[in-house]
Design a protein around this ligand. Structure first.
Ligand code: ATP
Ligand code: MG
Length: 357
């Protein structure tokens, strides 16, 4: 049976980089027997312009009917001043919520060719390969009650609620254990259990799950220490699992350890393995239309899509090796310091990866 993949190019550089993913998937289909059908739909600013909503109903229906979706990026200055509900980013939040994508997986992998892009010294980061598993649909970003109110003394205050149910902790915990099992077998759960009750429960649930994963070694770390350790000695980590807010901050921090925003893929998964895959970077309006965006984060997102939603781990590795190969051959888009290697644009980089397959 053929896998269905929904392509969501989005805005600005989105369509440019998704075009390279399209080439890659078609090559995998014609040369390596991948059974895949590609559909296209609007998400983000393009949805607002063409169909009046950042997440058109037709897009959501197609997403529900697909095994996975690949997103370029959404947003741009032209949609900054429209009403809140029509902002492109709303479309992204809405599709994540509608599909129940609760687990956000963000690898931070430093290619040996790019050690000098990192803000840390090579002896601290070379060989860096960590994965952050972030809870995406709960915690303080969604907890009720929330709001801005006026106190009895007339002073305004803003408030949010950090709440996690055992069910929510268990399912993200399992995603963390499963990921660690597929990798180096080490899982670090990050919380603030010395201060927060929600973290106390978080830690208790993680400990409870540990018995089911005897092949994974579980450790715990307070989030403040985790931030420090990520910058001091990031290679001590294999997989980190954490809540929505802590994960938001730590995953951006980990991403920057690699120094290459154009290289970082991500996955957001539901319980069944359906997922939305996208580069970590945004729509880069400052460079769109020039054909110079780095497509590798998107091509590495295709590798994650193959691994997690289509169960095609071998093809995923093949894509990752092809990306490593073009870097080793010296090909560089402008963001990777195009000048030093062989400077290439978006399409040439995509073609090179396809050739390296
Ligand atoms: P968002 O709010 O959507 O995350 P942002 O403003 O944080 O967007 P990006 O759109 O990721 O940021 O862009 C940040 C910088 O990185 C910009 O200068 C952009 O040109 C550059 N950049 C982002 N993605 C790429 C890419 N694929 N290739 C080259 N440069 C990129
Ligand atoms: Mg950003």
């Amino acid at each position: 049976m053929s896998h269905k993949v929904l392509m969501l190019p989005g805005d600005h550089v989105g369509p440019e980089i998704v075009a390279e993913a399209d080439k890659l998937l078609r090559c995998l289909a014609s040369e390596f027997g991948l059974a895949v059908e590609l559909e296209y739909a609007n998400l983000g600013g393009c949805g607002v312009d063409a169909e009046g909503a950042p997440l058109p109903d037709s897009t959501l229906a197609l997403a529900r009917d697909s095994d996975a979706a690949l997103l370029g990026a959404v947003g741009g200055p032209e949609w900054d001043y429209i009403e809140r509900d029509k902002r492109p980013e709303r479309g992204l939040l809405a599709i994540r919520a509608a599909l129940g994508l609760f687990a956000n997986l963000r690898p931070a992998l430093l290619d040996p060719e790019l050690v000098n892009a990192s803000s840390l010294r090579p002896e601290v980061v070379s060989g860096l390969d960590i994965l952050i598993v972030r809870e995406l649909t709960g915690g303080i970003y969604f907890g009720q009650p929330r709001g801005i109110r006026t106190r009895a003394d007339g002073v305004r205050e803003g408030f949010n609620t950090l709440v996690y149910g055992v069910d929510e902790i268990e399912r993200i915990g399992r995603a963390g254990f499963e990921a660690a099992r597929r990798r180096d077998g080490r899982l670090c759960s990050v919380d603030k259990a010395n201060v927060l009750e929600s973290s106390e429960l978080w830690r208790e649930v993680m400990e409870g799950l540990a018995g089911e994963y005897p092949d994974v070694s579980l450790s715990h770390m307070y989030v403040d220490n985790a931030a420090m350790q990520l910058v001091r000695d990031p290679r001590q980590f294999d997989v980190m699992v954490t809540g929505n807010l802590f994960g938001d901050v730590l995953s951006d921090c980990a991403a920057m350890l690699t120094g290459s925003i154009g290289m970082l893929p991500s996955a957001s998964l539901d319980e069944t393995g359906r997922g939305l895959y996208e580069p970590v970077h945004g729509s880069a309006p400052d460079i769109s239309g020039q054909g110079i965006a780095n497509p590798l984060a998107t091509l590495l997102s295709v590798a994650m899509l193959l691994r997690f939603s289509l169960d095609e781990g071998e093809l995923a590795q093949r894509v990752e090796r092809a990306v490593a190969r073009v870097l080793a051959d010296g090909l560089r888009t402008a963001d990777l310091g195009g000048g030093q290697g062989q400077s290439v644009g978006t399409a040439a980089m995509g073609d090179a990866v396809v050739a390296a397959l």
